[in-house]
Design a protein around this ligand. Sequence first.
Ligand code: FE2
Length: 293
Amino acid sequence: MSPPLDMSVTPEVTAFFDEATNTISYILRDPATTACAIIDSVMDFDQASGRITHTHADRMIAHIRDHGLTLDWLIETHVHADHLSAAPYIQRELGGRIGIGAQITVVQDTFGKIFNEGTEFQRDGSQFDQLFTDGDSYQIGSLTGVAMHTPGHTPACMTHIIGNAAFVGDTLFMPDGGSARADFPGGDAGELYDSIQKILALPDEMRLFMCHDYGPGGRDIRWESTVADERAHNIHVGGGRSREEFVRFRTERDAQLAVPRLILPSLQVNMRGGEVPVDEHGNKVLKIPVNGL
Ligand SMILES: [Fe+2]
C-alpha cells in the first residue's frame, strides 16, 4: 500500500454515537490546522411516519462550527444498510467532498435492479465527489489519508487510515463483537476474512475505530480498539482462526440473522450518495419492493 503509514501522527478523533442505529460517526481533526473530516454520518429516519430529521447531523455541524473547523471530506466507509447517510445535508451546510469506494458501481448495479430503478439512476458513482481505489491518498489539512480496499461485508468497503487512526467501517467490530455479516448481495465471507487480515497486518498500536457497537453482554458502548487487541482477542478472527473456520462460522451465523430494520430506505438513499430518491412529480419517495430482497 502506498504511501507509507506514519504512526507518529495522531489525529484528534471525536465520536458521535447514534442510539437509534448503534452507529458511531466521527469527526477527525488535523491538530496542526483547522481541517477536519467526517466519517460515516447519520440522518435520523422514522420509518413508521417516513419522517427525516437531522438531530444527529446537527450535533456534528455544531461541533465543527463551535471549534472553527473547515470540513474537507465526508467519507463513507461503505453503503450502509442500517442507517441513512447525512453527507449531502452536511455538505450543503459546510462544504467538503463526499467520497466512497469505487466498487460503489457494483453496489449500484445490484440494488438498481432490486429496486427496479430507471435509467435516470446512474450506476457510475457520479453521485459522489470522489471514488477511492486501493492505495489512493488524499489530504485533510496537513494529514494524509489512505484508502485501503477491505471488501467482504460489501464490495465497496474501504478502511481509511490517517496517521495512527484507522476507520474500519463494518469490516471489524470490537473484540467481543467479532465481525459484521457477509451475506448481503455482493458480500463474501472469504473476502471478509482476507480484508480483516489486511487490517490485522497494520502496526500493533494502530487505533481502530468501529462504525457500530451493540454493547454485547450489556456492557457500555465502546468504539475504539487496537490492532494488537483485535489480533489477540477478537472472538471471530482472533487467536489465528483459519479462513476455512471463519467462513463456516460466518455463513452459519449469517443464515440466522434478521434483515436490518432500515435496509430498504438505507440502500435507496445511500446508493445515491445520501440523497432521497425523487419521483416524476418531484416528490421524495421510497419504495418497498415486495419479496425483492
Ligand atoms: Fe454496514
